[in-house]
Design a protein around this ligand. Structure first.
Ligand SMILES: Nc1nc2c(ncn2[C@@H]2O[C@H](COP(=O)(O)OP(=O)(O)O)[C@@H](O)[C@H]2O)c(=O)[nH]1
Ligand SMILES: [Mg+2]
Length: 242
């Protein structure tokens, strides 16, 4: 593969051409459009990320049950195949649309944009985007969200924040999920928090269980505070091309 002269590598070294960089630039352009549109209509957007099976959809269901009478909310949910998660979330009483990525391991801003053609976001106080279960690729793709929230389930092990640092570096909140299982497994909450803060000193943390309800009031309060702050924001840019 040919490299520009300035990028020549010493004999014995090999570097793959990073085509992802231009893809990410295009993604960021669309993400900015989404962010402007959502700011103009004062919808808080929260991107939910984690490994597969950490409890994202269950948390969406439990959050819907607790907040749907207070606010207008909806969930876009990404998966490689099936509409299963969107069906579960709709059963909890709020609109939800599945984005089927056909094998792509993360959501991209243009996929969210396409979904807007089928999900009316006007009047929403809160839009969740449940990302594809994966602690790697979703970290690189801005979806136009206000906040990124990453779940770390107790069953995954407390060593993950340092092993998948970009996800925790780019998140504002870490939810340690499945807290009801903590008595049965060697997961130390303080170790996970220490490692997450080593990667991202600003990261906030809440320990939750969708099974027992532990921490869900604090989680809902965290959301309601930010929804109120979003409503109070002065919108600087009104340029919406999305
Ligand atoms: N023990 C326990 N299991 C949970 C909890 N939350 C979710 N689960 C279970 O974990 C599995 C994966 O949950 P799901 O919400 O589909 O995870 P997702 O893949 O991240 O969306 C399901 O069997 C859930 O019932 C929890 O707080 N405690
Ligand atoms: Mg899910």
């Amino acid at each position: 593969m040919a490299f520009a002269k300035s990028n020549r590598l010493p004999v014995g070294a090999i570097q793959c051409d990073n085509t992802t960089l231009s893809l990410l630039k295009a993604n960021d352009f669309v993400a900015k459009g989404i962010r402007d549109k959502m700011s103009a209509q004062k919808t808080l957007v929260v991107n939910i990320t984690s490994s597969a099976g950490s409890g994202k959809t269950t948390l969406m269901q439990e959050t819907a049950r607790r907040l749907k009478e207070k606010i207008n909310m909806a969930v876009l949910v990404g998966d490689l195949e099936t509409e299963r998660d969107a069906i579960r979330i709709r059963e909890a009483g709020i609109p939800s649309l599945q984005i089927v990525t056909n094998g792509v391991c993360h959501l991209e801003a243009q996929m969210v944009l396409q979904a807007f053609e089928h999900l009316d976001t006007s009047g929403l106080d809160l839009l969740f985007i449940e990302n594809v279960g994966n602690l790697v690729c979703p970290a690189a793709f801005d979806l136009g969200e206000d906040y990124r929230v990453t779940l770390l389930a107790s069953t995954e092990g407390d060593d993950k924040p340092k092993k998948y640092p970009r996800m925790f570096l780019t998140s504002e909140l870490m939810l340690i999920s499945k807290a009801d299982l903590l008595p049965y497994i060697p997961f130390k909450v303080e170790n996970a928090i220490e490692d997450a803060r080593a990667v991202n000193p600003e990261i906030e943390t809440i320990t939750i269980s969708s099974t027992t309800g532990e921490g869900l009031e604090a989680w809902c309060d965290w959301l309601l505070e930010r929804i109120a702050a979003k409503k109070a924001e002065t919108v600087e840019s009104t340029a919406t091309y999305v």
